[in-house]
Design a protein around this ligand. Structure first.
Ligand SMILES: Nc1ncnc2c1ncn2[C@@H]1O[C@H](COP(=O)(O)OP(=O)(O)OP(=O)(O)O)[C@@H](O)[C@H]1O
Length: 469
């Protein structure tokens, strides 16, 4: 049986393209370009699915969707939007949209979703509170649109989410958005950085301990799982979790119960798990340092955050966002010249959004005029760890050859000098990657934090070049 679809779109060209594609698929398609026309069509015919634009000639297709959903609760609605913000995506799904397609969209994917919608006839979302002031996630690139769509799919359920992406891509921000926009928002959001806790304390951190459980356990301690009861537990840097803790975590996830270290009682906990890592877990599974069964438990809904260099369109809006934020924090109000914005959009951003944020704050402090120009940006970039780190790409053999031409190293320092030449770019890369976070840098390097601090001082590496603000 042919399905009837209602297409509400005021851009004639887009309407024509979608209509043709759907008709090719066997749909009978009616079109309308206004809210009033839509309502009239709905009252005349029964539709298997409606596809609607947001901004229509006489109103907002999302704002008026609630009434449509009330009258036709079984009709799936697909939103087509040029306002590609997380807010629009959330607004759309809150009003009961089945799917959300940011423009420009992939036509094949839209047709597939339309077919799926009429076949399942399920309305994905019931009435939900307005999203409130959810955290801002800036960026309208296609890659971020995909992220927003995934986020909206996990807001009304408790599915475990695994957020993947390089350091500084916004994994924690996404985890917070899932919590703050979801149904557990009244409960606690409890982040745990599993890499930052000493190995011997991680179980007690997660599950708590009873008084006297081990030397130093002078009082009962409630772990993160129990603290997150009714809310969301955000397990960050999950790829760095020690093996024993992985086993206990898996057991807790399977049973929904935890046991405090040194305790005998099993305690039921109601938590939503959102995990994140900047490491590629598959090789860790292969080499035995990450449990495969835990991986499958966590990887129910993977959300991959793209590196900033793959979404150059997002750079300028993010920079503007940080300028506003800096001003709200009491720093001088600055704007960005077009040339400066263009220059920023061309950088490789190895430290991703965090690196951009640090740079914008430095620019705000450095710029003498109200408008941050390309020259100021260039000066910061030239002075940044990236350049110095790239210096490490020089062939170390050639460098040593040059030294030996100039000196016979009779003072016996060749070995030390050569090591320092190697260490400098390694440390700088590690610090650039972690936005100046010494703990994380030390973990990446596999050296003690105090050793790192000492070497940084010996090598006269200035930390503030890498850190925020
Ligand atoms: N899309 C975004 N919009 C606005 N701010 C962002 C966005 N993405 C990241 N940020 C900001 O960049 C900084 C780094 O983000 P976040 O801490 O979430 O990254 P992460 O991926 O968890 O990093 P790590 O793996 O190093 O812990 C934060 O200050 C965050 O607010």
């Amino acid at each position: 049986m042919a399905h009837r679809a209602l297409l509400v779109e005021d851009d004639n060209a887009i309407a024509m393209v979608i209509r043709t594609a759907l008709e090719d698929e066997g749909f009978i398609v009616d079109t309308s370009d206004t809210v009033a026309g839509r309502d009239a069509a709905l009252s005349r015919n029964q539709y298997g699915v409606m596809l609607t634009d947001v901004m229509l000639l006489d109103g907002d297709g999302i704002e008026t969707l609630g009434a449509v959903r009330e009258t036709y609760p079984d009709m799936p609605v697909i939103i087509l939007s040029a306002q590609n913000t997380l807010d629009t995506a959330v607004r759309a799904t809150d009003r009961g949209a089945f799917e959300y397609f940011p423009k420009p969209f992939d036509l094949d994917e839209l047709v597939r979703a339309t077919r799926q919608a009429v076949e399942s006839r399920k309305s994905s979302v019931a009435n939900v509170d307005a999203p409130g002031d959810g955290l801002p996630l800036i960026g309208r690139s296609q890659a971020m649109q995909d992220v927003y769509r995934l986020i909206t799919r996990v807001l009304k359920n408790d599915l475990t989410v695994l957020i993947l992406g390089e350091s500084g891509t916004g994994k924690e921000l996404v985890a917070e958005a899932i919590h703050n926009l979801g149904e557990r928002k009244a409960g606690p959001f409890v982040p745990v950085n599993t890499a930052a806790i000493p190995r011997e304390l991680i179980e007690s951190e997660l599950f708590g301990h009873e008084k006297g459980a081990f030397t130093g356990a002078i009082a009962r301690n409630i772990g993160k799982f129990e603290q997150a009861h009714g809310g969301t537990l955000f397990l960050d840097e999950i790829g760095d979790m020690p093996a024993e803790a992985q086993t206990r975590l898996l057991r807790a996830l399977q049973s929904g119960r935890i046991r405090r270290v040194g305790g005998s009682e099993e305690i039921a906990v109601d938590v939503r798990i959102v995990a994140a890592t900047n490491r590629d877990l598959l090789p860790l599974i292969e080499n035995g340092s990450f449990r495969e069964d835990l991986y499958y438990r966590l990887n129910v809904v993977p959300i991959k955050l793209p590196p900033l260099r793959d979404r150059a369109d997002d750079v300028a809006p993010l920079a503007m966002h940080f300028l506003t934020r800096a001003a709200n924090e009491g720093l001088p109000q600055k704007s960005l010249s077009d040339e400066a914005a263009h220059l920023l959009s061309q950088q490789p951003w190895r430290g991703n959004v965090r690196e951009l944020q640090n740079l914008v704050y430095r620019a705000v402090l450095l710029a003498r005029k109200d408008v941050i120009d390309a020259e100021t940006i260039r000066a910061i970039l030239d002075d940044s760890p990236r350049d110095i780190a790239d210096g490490g790409n020089r062939d170390i053999g050639a460098v040593i050859g040059e030294w030996l031409e100039r000196s016979d190293f009779s003072d016996g320092t060749l070995y030390q000098e050569a090591l320092a030449e190697l260490e400098r770019p390694v440390f700088r890369h590690a610090l650039a990657k972690t936005g100046g976070n010494q703990l994380k840098a030390a973990q990446m390097l596999g050296i003690n934090r105090n050793t790192l601090r000492k070497r940084l001082s010996d090598l006269e590496i200035e930390l503030d070049k890498f850190s925020r603000g």
